[in-house]
Design a protein around this ligand. Sequence first.
Ligand code: ATP
Ligand code: MG
Length: 137
Amino acid sequence: KERTFSIIKPDATRRNLTGEINAVIEKAGLRIVAQKRVKWTKAQAQEFYAEHKERPFFKELVTFMTSEPIVLQVLEGEDAVAKYREIMGATDPAEAKRGTIRKKFALSKGENSVHGSDSTKSASREIKMNFIAKEIA
Ligand code: ATP
Ligand code: MG
């Protein structure tokens, strides 16, 4: 089975939405096979989002992702990467489809409640960066 990496972002943890987001994930048939709540350092956020370091919103993104604790997850299921992207919805909640996590909960393009890996290659990098093997079961 395929695995993907998920983050419940600060705008969502702050509003106590972890349980509601997990309900959407589980109803879609994805299994939460690892989960932990952490607060990232600036260096961790910069490394995670390194591919965006030249983008105009990079500094804002790092400040946001280190503003409050976040929930890191590994999700498992058939076509987990694509399935999670589908139930997350578009980056901008104004463009997200009805029923998606971002349509329901996101506040803006930046404060958009969740992250999900964009490919199996990214998923593998992001999982390795945040979990050790024995934390996943
Ligand atoms: P994610 O990678 O979090 O799943 P995404 O792949 O839909 O989201 P990316 O283009 O990879 O979007 O951007 C990564 C993250 O950077 C977004 O989720 C969002 O939090 C932030 N971001 C993207 N565009 C903007 C913007 N224009 N203004 C502020 N923040 C932004
Ligand atoms: Mg992305």
